[in-house]
Design a protein around this ligand. Structure first.
Ligand SMILES: C[S@@+](CC[C@H](N)C(=O)[O-])C[C@H]1O[C@@H](n2cnc3c(N)ncnc32)[C@H](O)[C@@H]1O
Length: 701
């Protein structure tokens, strides 16, 4: 074999070894709760399981001994606690989005889906999560299996799936909704979500930021981070549904998160969510495989990274700001021990906020002030002094409760714990910190390490023979519109759509040169600053809303080769004054029922508006307000004006939702969608899936 052959073989061997190592790490991360036991709904739901729920032996002697020994639950509740852990978790969901929409969705659910359940004695009635604001979160006391088996629930199940796709519903564990609620988020807050994927809590935070329906561009923002590159893309999918120009997703180790520059200084965040990776035994009901895997060492191996992430969080918190620390683990080594350590490290600068009555109706127990740790052979230690030498490399002094006098100062009882048998939930831990002043400085070593890039990633070509080491998978840069773009090619587009002069065109960006990028995105002013000032040091994955999409039209007029994206409709609605059509109820029904609607079939009023509008082909903005039950629900969607027909860019799930709001019954809606699908197939048009799908072809002739 020649020299080159040897080199090739060596490279292949190295690549293979690295690949095996990477796979092992990923598997380990899964076991560490980073990708399996993470308390979220988005990834766990449809994961294929090796054994069925009922096959699994839900027992673990070490688990029982450990938690019983430390009196995690009052003795007289132990049996109920254990029994609840062995039951499947009920389905919980919350209604998302702007208030008017959310209340309309909730009204629909009550009238159309909850009411028929009233008469059935076999089904437990849906239960409101009373501590969740606005009566918008519900629990269905049924396992997913049962849900599938009860015909009365089929329609509700279908609705929940569809509306999750539409972005109206978020299926999320009840306890996982708590951390964002205690943060008391306001639209002007600068927020950091340190370990954000898959993003159910990030979505909740973004919703709070947009609580003022009249302002689609709040001044606050969310920086959502996760160390796992793949999970960052799950996060993208989750938050894109919310159509917010105020979020950015970044990919770093949160324990070493670099400082982010903003307004000539490093950002201090008003609110931080620190929902760390954990051993996840609070999710036993959802992930019963954990029964056989549980061992006390799991918590030991995670404590150090949990503490480092939370420490970095406190450093990045603004004076007066709030940071919530949460886990879906019951183990005090991952919970109270971290809280105690933080309170001691930052003594005088942070305090623990009592959140026991922050959410009226939520049943909690206080944080523990006494606990023990356990070795592999069931031996229990109450203090570090008791730990034998062979265990001392595993157990650290800070895993134990501090001395009594220190404990009294810390008020660990202000943390809250959620137990599964109290309100039929998973188990959870939450602590809320307030930062008192600005005297906690970032140490120079921390500052140095925090400038590090994300972990190295290795890329292979197909045969694995050649590989190059990349520092990380590079994203295309985000390029904002400059003066030339705004006074140049944008002018014509702006005129075409009648863009209001107050529109901040310099907040648009592409991933290529501005005049050739396929997608044009829009971000808030603050986010633009953050990206511009930090792009060289921070790995931004995604941000903002897609406003315009370049079509494949063979036409050299830019104004016609860009179409509006439904994702940016709130911004478009505020600033784009031309090509707007106020439709009537009958138009809405026709448009939603067909892939294309011929102009002869729309109302006189719409026909007139079309005559008065420029005759150019291109995007139009259709608006209608559904008024019912004291609610006004604005419906705004993009449609393509073709030569002889309209094509609305509305997904099937959105069509079903709008048709339901118009009081059209379930089976008629299903018939409509069936016919629509046939029409789409006949015209060779791909179905519009979600709100952020690739674009279907456009009628241009
Ligand atoms: C419990 S999950 C977060 C769930 C998420 N907050 C939600 O509500 O959807 C923990 C996350 O932490 C991430 N993670 C693990 N180690 C990390 C680190 N050092 N820095 C940032 N993220 C990390 C994992 O990839 C995982 O996505």
């Amino acid at each position: 074999m020649g020299r080159r052959g040897h080199k090739k073989q060596k490279a292949f061997k190295r690549a293979t070894v690295d690949a095996v190592r990477k796979a092992r790490i990923e598997k380990q991360q899964g076991q560490n709760g980073q990708s399996t036991a993470n308390g979220d709904e988005a990834t766990a739901d449809d994961r294929p399981r090796v054994s069925t729920y009922d096959d699994i032996v839900k027992e673990n002697a070490l688990f029982e001994k450990y938690y019983k020994e430390m009196h995690l639950v009052p003795d007289n509740e132990w049996d109920a606690f254990l029994a609840a852990l062995k039951e499947p978790l009920p389905v919980t969901f919350r209604v998302t989005g702007f208030r008017s929409h959310a209340f309309a969705v909730m009204h629909l659910i009550r009238e159309r889906y909850f009411q028929p359940l009233e008469s059935s004695t076999a089904i437990e009635k849906p239960k409101e999560l009373v501590w969740y604001p606005g009566s918008l979160a519900w629990q269905l006391n049924l396992s997913r299996n049962q849900l599938r088996n009860f015909p009365e629930l089929q329609r509700l199940k279908e609705f929940l799936y569809e509306q999750t796709e539409h972005g109206n519903i978020s299926r999320q564990e009840a306890v996982s909704m708590i951390p964002p609620l205690v943060l008391d988020i306001q639209p002007h807050h600068k927020i950091l979500d340190m370990c954000a994927a898959p993003g159910s809590k990030t979505a909740q935070i973004i919703e709070c930021l947009h609580r003022d329906e009249t302002n689609p561009i709040p001044s606050g923002f969310v920086i959502a981070n996760d160390v796992d590159n793949k999970r960052c893309y799950t996060l993208v999918h989750q938050v894109k549904r919310l159509e917010s120009p105020c979020f950015a997703i970044i990919n770093h180790d949160a324990s070493n998160l670099p400082n982010l520059k903003f307004n000539d200084e490093n950002i201090s965040f008003d609110r931080i969510l620190c929902d760390v990776p954990c051993s996840g035994d609070g999710t036993l009901r959802k992930n019963p495989d954990l029964w056989k895997k549980w061992n006390p060492g799991h918590a030991f191996s995670l404590q150090s990274i949990q503490l480092r992430i939370a420490t970095r969080g406190i450093q990045l918190l603004a004076p007066g700001g709030l940071m919530v620390y949460s886990t879906c683990s019951m183990n005090p080594v991952e919970n109270e021990s971290i809280v105690a350590q933080l309170l001691q490290t930052f003594e005088g600068h942070i305090s623990l906020v009592d959140i026991s009555d922050k959410l009226p109706g939520l049943q909690t127990i206080p944080g523990l002030t006494k606990w023990c740790i356990m070795g592999k052979n069931k031996e229990v230690y109450n203090s570090y002094e008791e730990v034998p030498p062979h265990m001392q490399s595993l157990a650290r002094p800070n895993m134990f409760p501090p001395s009594q006098d220190i404990l009294e100062r810390l008020h660990l009882e202000r943390c809250i714990r959620l137990l599964p048998h109290h309100q039929n939930t998973g188990a959870f831990f939450v602590a809320l910190f307030r930062k008192l002043d600005k005297t906690v400085e970032v140490s120079s070593t921390q500052e140095e390490t925090s400038q590090k890039r994300p972990a190295e990633e290795i890329t292979f070509n197909e045969d694995g023979a050649n590989f190059k080491r990349a520092r990380y998978h590079r994203e295309n840069p985000f390029i904002f519109f400059n003066e030339n773009d705004i006074t140049g090619f944008w002018q014509e587009i702006s005129e075409f759509f009648g863009v209001d002069p107050s529109f901040p065109a310099d907040q648009m960006m592409t991933r290529h040169a501005a005049d050739s990028g396929r997608n044009i995105y829009f971000v808030s002013d603050s986010l633009k600053q953050i990206v511009t000032l930090n792009q060289d040091r921070i790995k931004f994955i995604n941000m903002g809303v897609r406003l315009l999409v370049r079509t494949d039209l063979r036409n050299d007029k830019d104004k016609r080769s860009l179409r509006l994206s439904q994702e940016g409709i709130a911004i478009v609605n505020k600033y784009f004054t031309k090509r707007r059509i106020e439709i009537e109820e009958q138009d809405l029904i026709i448009l939603l029922s067909h892939a294309f609607t011929h102009y002869a079939n729309v109302s006189q009023s719409v026909q007139k508006q079309l005559e008065n509008m420029s005759q150019d082909l291109g995007s139009t903005i259709c608006t209608f307000t559904i008024k019912q039950h004291n609610l006004e629900v604005p419906i705004i969607f993009v449609a393509w004006r073709g030569r002889s027909s309209f094509r609305p860019f509305v997904s099937h799930s959105s069509r079903k939702f709008y048709l339901s709001l118009l009081n059209i019954d379930h089976s008629t809606i299903n018939d409509i969608i069936e016919k629509l699908t046939i029409e789409e197939k006949a015209s060779n048009e791909p179905r519009i899936e979600g709100k952020t799908n690739n674009d279907p072809k456009i009628e241009d002739s």
